[in-house]
Design a protein around this ligand. Structure first.
Ligand code: AMP
Ligand code: ZN
Length: 467
């Protein structure tokens, strides 16, 4: 499999540290607010990567953190604590806020068919280990105490900027949005490992440490949670491109200084979701959530479909017009698939051929748009019988996650043919303006647990899940 590696700035053959096993770490959400669909674009990309790796035969161990402490409004350790701000605003405790938005995050993920990673660990659950790391970093001369805080000294590393193309000069005060002067730092690029000189009087979460009562910086949690759960050698680390600097740059600095060797070989970053040329972000006030999409009448999976049709390393420009056309294409796709009848004998060679093409597309730096094209080629191919088509689609959907089959064929209704006939009858009635009778058919089916969904391409049916 080939993947673009931010660390080497090129597409590379992926070779894990241990053959056939992939240790994968992805930065999780800061749970002070609902995730926006820009954040979720990154989580969709990571989900597709995990599922691709499994599809092509790897055993994947995946870990994600939940940031519930230490992430300040500016990524460069200045501003206020996002969690504390949110707790004050909502008149709740930090833990209540964290619990509420963590649940909301996984609910959103579920609606987008994003699998929950095997291990999900909260920043606040691992403080003892961060302290252990920081003690060693101080002992080995990588970190120092100043003004009550513990900082990492970036000049102790020869290649601190290896992940980015940034030069030190680009990082000086004022150049980067939100960078403030911190008089405690030896070098302006140094970053906080542990805060004790808390400027937040009502900081709720504090821990005892050899450096004084305080709380960890944002970056140390990912180093700690990753090493604790995945060991000293990490294969893939993911996030959105805005994480490259400073977050991932700092994770590398801490982890490699602590371990004494190279830590992670492949860094995979997803490009942003933009709205009118600006990154979707809470601070810009241009965010949309999955619930908003639903309130506007969209199926969240239309958004997943939209993401899959663009390359993860290209900026995706969001608009409701483009979501609408994705939804139309997605529903048309579902409709076409729903028309396929399970018939014929499994066509072995053709199955393998298409499955290989699908994998080749994904192995080519996760070209999901090309993988989707293979799916459409399967639908178009008149030499393929229904059984083989459905088997291929069912298999592709393990990566695509678009519920291509589950809503329809996996649960094909015993009276499938009869339902299709009723759908046709209803369409005729509507043409004749006999709306009451047409509605009667809809209601009759609904009573039998069958929901009709009208799309531009026609009507499809869905079997209601029994709660
Ligand atoms: P946060 O909750 O702020 O830590 O962000 C969660 C993830 O979303 C990180 O991996 C970010 O890099 C990513 N992210 C933030 N904004 C966007 C955006 N507009 N488009 C895509 N990914 C984003
Ligand atoms: Zn992280």
């Amino acid at each position: 499999m080939k993947i673009y590696n931010t660390l080497t700035h090129k597409i590379e053959e992926f070779i894990p540290h241990t053959p056939e096993v992939v240790k994968m770490y992805t930065c999780g959400p800061t749970v002070y607010h609902y995730a926006h669909i820009g954040n979720l674009r990154t989580y969709i990309m990571e989900d597709v990567l995990e599922k691709t790796l499994k599809y092509v035969g790897y055993y994947v161990q995946r870990v994600m953190n939940i940031t519930d402490v230490g992430h300040l409004t500016s990524d460069s350790d200045s501003g206020t604590d996002k969690m504390v701000d949110s707790a004050i605003k909502e008149k709740k405790s930090v833990l209540e806020i964290a619990e509420y938005y963590t649940k909301a995050f996984f609910d959103d993920c579920k609606r987008l068919n994003i699998r929950k990673p095997d291990v999900v660990s909260k920043a606040t659950e691992n403080v003892d280990f961060y302290i252990e790391i920081i003690v060693k970093l101080i002992k080995d001369g990588f970190a120092y105490e100043s003004n009550g805080n513990i900082y990492f000294d970036i000049t102790k590393l020869e290649d601190y900027y290896k992940l980015t193309n940034h030069q030190i000069d680009d990082m000086v005060v004022g150049v980067r949005e939100g960078v403030e002067e911190d008089s405690g730092k030896k070098n302006q690029g140094d970053f906080v490992l542990w805060f004790t000189k808390s400027k937040f009087q009502d900081q709720e979460l504090k821990w005892n440490s050899p450096f004084g009562v305080g709380y960890p910086g944002w970056h140390i949690e990912c180093t700690g949670i990753s090493i604790k759960n995945l060991g000293e050698f990490l294969d893939i680390h993911c996030g959105g491109v805005d994480n490259i600097f400073p977050h991932h740059t700092n994770e590398i600095a801490q982890s490699e200084s602590f371990l004494g060797h190279k830590w992670c070989n492949y860094w995979v970053h997803g490009e942003h979701l933009n709205v009118k040329d600006a990154k979707m972000s809470k601070s810009k006030g241009n965010i949309l959530t999955v619930s908003v999409l639903e309130e506007e009448g969209y199926n969240p999976l239309s958004y997943r479909y939209m993401c899959l049709n663009s390359h993860y390393r290209k900026i995706l420009e969001f608009s409701f017009e483009s979501l609408k056309s994705s939804e139309n294409a997605y529903l048309k796709l579902l409709n076409r698939i729903s028309m396929i009848k399970t018939e014929g004998d499994f066509q072995d060679a053709a199955y393998k051929d298409y499955n290989d093409k699908f994998m080749e597309a994904l192995k080519d730096d996760m070209n999901t748009a090309n993988a989707m094209t293979v799916l459409y080629d399967v639908l178009k191919d008149e030499t393929l019988n229904g059984k083989t088509k459905l088997d291929l689609i069912r298999s592709f959907d393990k990566v695509l996650g678009l519920n291509l089959i589950s809503e329809l064929h996996e649960s094909v209704h015993p009276q499938h043919e009869e339902i299709l006939a009723l759908i046709d009858r209803r369409a005729e009635l509507k043409k004749e303006h006999k709306f009451t009778e047409a509605d009667g058919i809809r209601e009759e089916l609904l009573e039998r647990g069958i929901e009709l969904i009208d799309t531009r391409e026609g009507t499809i049916y869905k079997i209601r899940e029994v709660e």
